[in-house]
Design a protein around this ligand. Structure first.
Ligand SMILES: Nc1ncnc2c1ncn2[C@@H]1O[C@H](COP(=O)(O)OP(=O)(O)OP(=O)(O)O)[C@@H](O)[C@H]1O
Length: 225
């Protein structure tokens, strides 16, 4: 079974002259463990699609199934809990809490869900990401690449089945971006998680197993006419 199944999903913003069809009839399936990127020009609908798949928006039409569960068929409160337990998010701007140490930032999803820390996974993850000696630092004391590695650890600490990453390398130089991406891949592989990522960078997109191109809210699989 697919981990993520998108069925005829559309999203329209605004009304009248301000009406924009951000996404039109999006249909695709992502098997568990696959690393997929969404590419496309600015304003084509990539973030809209990522937010819908991540349970952060509401589609106007269509259905999104996560492991067979209808994401928008469940009540909002249950969706919030489901999202916290099933998804990890990584953003371009890192979005770390500046007053918390790296370790406190990483553990935040567990705290929100009143879950215990799996010490072995915490050690493995921080070691894999090369941040074991930075755990007591505040985000402001870390480089951009280190901050994004902390954000990846935070996204993975609760062992999510799907990781959504919105331009995770967008604020990093090319070498750091490639390194961070490879760490995102190896740490998600260690967990067997599926990664769905937006990128503008063709070099980064080439590293994915699958590319879904979006133009004017319409999807086009890599290699398709
Ligand atoms: N909240 C909103 N209200 C109105 N229009 C919106 C809203 N969010 C997005 N849009 C419009 O929907 C379209 C798709 O936007 P989206 O952010 O999904 O594109 P994108 O491909 O992620 O762009 P970028 O690469 O620049 O981030 C754009 O025309 C955008 O202006």
């Amino acid at each position: 079974m697919s981990i993520l199944s998108c069925r005829h999903v559309s999203r329209v913003y605004g009304q009248g002259e301000a009406r924009v069809t951000a996404l039109s009839d999006a249909t695709f399936d992502i098997p568990e463990g696959q690393f997929t990127v969404f590419t496309g020009p600015s304003g084509s609908g990539k973030s809209t699609l990522l937010h819908l798949c991540g349970g952060l928006d509401l589609p106007d039409e269509g259905q999104i199934l996560i492991g067979g569960e209808d994401l928008y068929g469940m009540p909002e409160k249950r969706r919030a809990v489901f999202r916290r337990r099933t998804f990890g998010f990584v953003f371009q701007a890192f979005n770390l809490m500046p007053v918390l140490t790296a370790e406190e930032n990483i553990l935040m999803p567990l705290l929100l869900d009143k879950r215990r820390k799996d010490e072995a996974w915490f050690q493995e993850l921080t070691c894999l990401l090369g941040i074991s000696d930075r755990l007591k630092h505040l985000p402001g004391q870390l480089s951009g690449g280190q901050q994004q590695r902390v954000a990846i650890a935070r996204a993975l600490i609760a062992k999510p089945r799907v990781i959504f990453a919105d331009e995770p390398t967008g604020n990093l130089d090319t070498d750091t971006g490639t390194e961070v991406l490879s760490l995102l891949r190896s740490s998600s592989r260690a967990l067997g998680s599926t990664v769905v990522m937006i990128t503008h960078d063709p070099g980064i997109a080439a590293l994915a197993e699958r590319r879904i191109h979006i133009v004017n809210g319409r999807l086009k699989e890599d290699g398709a006419e």
